[in-house]
Design a protein around this ligand. Sequence first.
Ligand code: ADP
Ligand code: MG
Length: 412
Amino acid sequence: MSRNLVYVAPFPKETTLRFARALAGLQDVRLLGVFQEAPQGEARALFHDAEVVANATDPQQVADAVRRLAARHGPVHRLLGILEDLQVQLAQVRELLGVEGPDVATASAFRDKAHMKDRLRAAGLPCARHMLLRGDAEAWSFADQVGYPLVLKPPSGAGCRATYRVSSPQELHRVLAEIRPGPTRLVLAEEFLVGAEHSFETLTIGGRVVFSSTTRYYPSPLEVMENDWIQWAVVLPRDVSGPEYQGVPALGRDAVAALGLRTGMTHMEWFRRPDGSLAIGEIAARPPGARIVDVTGLGHVDAQGRSVDLYRAWARAVVDEAFDGPWTRRYAVGVAFLRGQGQGRITAVEGLDEAQRKMGALVVDAKLPQVGWMRSESYEGEGTVIVRHEDTEVVKRAIFELITTVKVRYER
Ligand SMILES: Nc1ncnc2c1ncn2[C@@H]1O[C@H](COP(=O)(O)OP(=O)(O)O)[C@@H](O)[C@H]1O
Ligand SMILES: [Mg+2]
């Protein structure tokens, strides 16, 4: 008997479809889609049937679409999606239709950064002091309490959207005038966490962390947003037994437990402060973006020495509640996010030949920016190159060489 999996993806692009492909590759499943824009060609064929709705982030429309799919194919085994902006809505529909998976309380604890920090702090886990601002007066009183710099951001943001570092009262005036917090426009204020920013991923099944892994950001996403000349990089170090990583697996495991996730992939961001202490930036109950799923898979091997397919591992966890590991961390892996300074369309990507000569042997994956593409608003730029080697220092050097050799040019 095939189990019906409904995968919700408003605008299914390559990354989103890799998760769909992993779902379709499981045993005894029938993959059903809910889209705003249906995929075409080969990707369409992954789905046995699909519904297209006007707004695939509206829980009512998703619920109606799932009901129509269930009427045609029978009960739904799992309702899934990887977008951060979908997680609470998916939980609402699960509760409404009695589908197994994270409920609204759990999804909201991961989605609402203020609620998340209340829960983490209540569990004794370190994170930035925060306040939900309903107006300017609260912003000024928060600044009096915690000092500068502080961060202002949406309570449920993603991708560094509308995130401000505020370093002085003058800046606070300016940012408040721009974002104008109010009772219906809540703004989250946070103490500014100083230190090196990292990620920590888990696969969690039945409340137990069955796999975890960490990466380091060079530099923090906020710094990349603030400086358009910076090309971001993420490195998965091979050896995480050193003092820089001490305490992190326990912190990550406790954070997952504090927010009550039973089964899923999690993506936490954490800081190592200059005084050595740890602090949680945030944690999401979904697979990470920024190619960290690929990077993590490439860094680990299974018992046969093959690179791990973390897309499949996610699918196995959320659908079958199974884990095919354990795996060995065999490589360091780095990803460079290619972009340049300027505006408009890409006119040239320089330095590719030189980069190929210098570190071509280490490259395991490249999605290069193409002439004619518009410059992306995201700190992830227009292309990525992934390198891999046993030695973390070799990977770090290759990433540095890449981002100093390859130059993306734009013209309006
Ligand atoms: N309290 C904070 N202290 C220091 N940096 C922060 C803080 N909050 C956010 N940032 C920076 O802004 C980035 C985006 O904020 P985050 O809370 O991760 O939201 P999202 O990734 O959902 O947009 C973080 O990766 C980090 O670099
Ligand atoms: Mg984040």
